[in-house]
Every structure is written in C-alpha cells, then in structure tokens.
Ligand binder design. Structure first.
Ligand code: COA
Length: 279
C-alpha cells in the first residue's frame, strides 16, 4: 500500500510502515505542509492493524535538513505571533505524537540531519544511521540557539561535552561518530542501511505489541522520576498492560516456556500467533 501526500509519503509492507520525509528537492526540510501531513500520516498509521512498526526516513540525500528557514521561520514570522505559534504547535505536535506513538518507531537516517531534525530523531525509539549520514546543529551558524526542543534532546542523549561541542561549533559529525556519541543506536554502510533497519523492525514485530508500548513509554517516563516513584509507576503500568492485552500475553509467555517448553525467554520471544489463536 502506497500513500503519497505533498511532502510526506508512506508505504506499508509486511506490517512495517516506511514513512518518508518526501521533499527531496528541499532536502526534506520541514515546512508547515510537511508538519501537517506528518501528523495526518501518524494518525492514519497509529492504530492501523496492518502496522506493527514505523520506520521514519528521508527521500533523496537528506533525512531532514531541519526546519524550513523560509516557510517555517520567515513566512510564519511575517504573520505575527499567531502564525509563529501555529507553526510551532504543528511541528512540536507531531514530534510529541511520535514520542508517545502506540507502535515502536525507528529513525533510519539516510543522509543530512540538521537542527530541528533532532526533534523527530529523538522522538523515534531507536535510530539506525548510514555511516555516510551527516549530523549538525547548524543553528549557531545562522545566529540562533537550538530551539524546538533540540537543546533538550542533545542534553538528554549526549554527554555535556558532546552536547556543547555540537551546539557551539555547528560542526558536522558522521554516522559513526553519532553512534559513538549514542545519538543513534548503530551505524552501518549506506548500502546495508535498509536491510539492517528492516531486520531490527522484524525483531520488534515478534514481540508482544502491548508490552512494547508500555515498555517504551516507561523508558521515557522513568528518567524524570525518583526511584520510588518509578518503581510504583512500573507496577501500575504492568497492571494496566495486563488489562489492555486481550491475548493475556504475560500468562501465555510463561505457559509456552514452563509448560510447553517451546521457547526460552532468554533467547527470543514467545510465539504471538499461538497466543492470538487462544485469545
Ligand atoms: N530551509 C529552507 N530551505 C532549505 C533548507 C532549509 N533548512 N535546507 C535546504 N533548503 C533548500 C535550499 O534553499 C535549496 O533550495 P533551492 O533549490 O530552491 O535553491 C534546496 O533546498 C537544496 O538545497 P542545497 O543547499 O542546494 O542542497 P545541498 O545538497 O548542496 O546542501 C544542506 C544540503 C542540507 C547542507 C544545505 O541545504 C543546508 O545547509 N541547509 C540548511 C540546514 C539548516 O541549517 N537547517 C536548519 C536547522 S534549524
């Protein structure tokens, strides 16, 4: 299934949604149209039964060259505060939606990734980069601080020295350096990028989808909590997950290991299909 909007497109193949920044002629920089269409696409994909994982990537040579300096900044500023706030709501809105998306998400960084692009990069749960991709906080080069959450992204993900280096120098790093800094999970040569990302997506497709959603939210939430709050939160969230999981996956996972002896949790996931047949 292929859906093509103006600046965004997606295809769904074998329960994987490949979601594209699709303005290659503008290096996939984010204008208000792209921001609105991303929100629409996320709406269409989030609860679709055909989708188990979303991979966010870019058409052409860029992942995303950040916010569109002309249409996102200059043209909305010309409309006054009302225009600025509206375009901020639209971009921050889909970044937030992606951070808390109901399915696991993977950023597949194929090329340029600048400034505002760090927002959706952080919003994706996992990130696989091409060695050849180039990352930079170019804001300082055109005279602003990295806004739109970007400074928070680097402060959360990177060491203070690395965050400060990128922020103050605007110098580029490649995929291998991004992986060494832990901005992404791993980096592979460009010709292996799609295959490796698909492999990771397929790994996630084998897991209990309710457990994936609760687990990914937990990782983002507990970082802000004290230990006792986190402990309590995780107990409540597992109880909520038990309620939402109509396949009773937790019991099934124990059954397939202890009674059926058909898999080992230390070595892989239980068989979701058997659980679905029972449920
Ligand atoms: N905002 C607005 N337009 C942008 C853009 C951005 N962030 N990034 C690229 N474009 C446009 C260019 O103006 C150009 O438009 P044109 O064909 O109408 O002249 C087109 O996209 C292609 O860009 P170009 O610079 O010719 O491509 P390149 O491959 O030589 O260089 C980049 C790619 C990403 C290095 C370069 O485009 C760039 O520095 N972009 C800005 C990055 C940035 O600072 N982003 C903002 C972060 S908040």
């Amino acid at each position: 299934m292929l859906v093509e909007k103006t600046a965004v497109s997606y295809k769904i193949e074998n329960r994987i949604a490949w979601l594209y920044f699709d303005r290659p002629e503008k290096r996939n920089c984010m204008n208000p149209t792209l921001n609105r269409e991303m929100m629409e696409a996320l709406d269409e994909l989030e609860y679709s039964e055909d989708v188990g994982v979303v991979i966010l990537t870019g058409k052409g040579t860029a992942w995303s060259a950040g916010m569109d300096l002309k249409e996102y900044f200059r043209e909305t500023e010309a409309q006054g505060l009302k225009g600025v706030r509206k375009s901020q709501r639209e971009s921050y809105g889909w970044f937030r939606r992606l951070r808390w998306f109901n399915k696991p998400t993977i950023a597949m960084v194929n090329g340029w990734c600048f400034g505002g692009g760090f927002g959706p990069l952080f919003a994706c749960d996992l990130a696989i980069s091409a060695d050849e991709a180039q990352y930079g906080l170019s804001e300082i080069n055109w005279g602003i601080l990295p806004g739109g959450g970007v400074t928070k992204v680097v402060a959360d993900l990177l060491s203070m020295r690395d965050a400060m280096w990128l922020t103050l120098t605007g110098e580029l790093i490649d995929g291998k350096q991004a992986s060494a800094m832990r901005l992404v999970n791993e980096s592979v040569p460009a010709d292996q990028l799609e295959a490796r990302t698909r492999e990771v997506a397929e790994l996630l497709l084998k897991k209990n989808p309710v457990a994936l959603k609760f687990a990914k939210d937990a990782v983002r939430r507990v970082g802000l909590m004290q230990y006792d709050e986190a402990e309590d939160y995780l107990v409540r969230m597992q109880e909520a997950a038990n309620f939402h999981d109509k396949t009773e996956g937790r019991k099934e996972g124990i059954r397939q290991f202890i009674d059926e002896k058909s898999y080992k949790p230390g070595l892989g996931a239980y068989d979701l299909q058997k659980a679905a047949k029972k449920g």
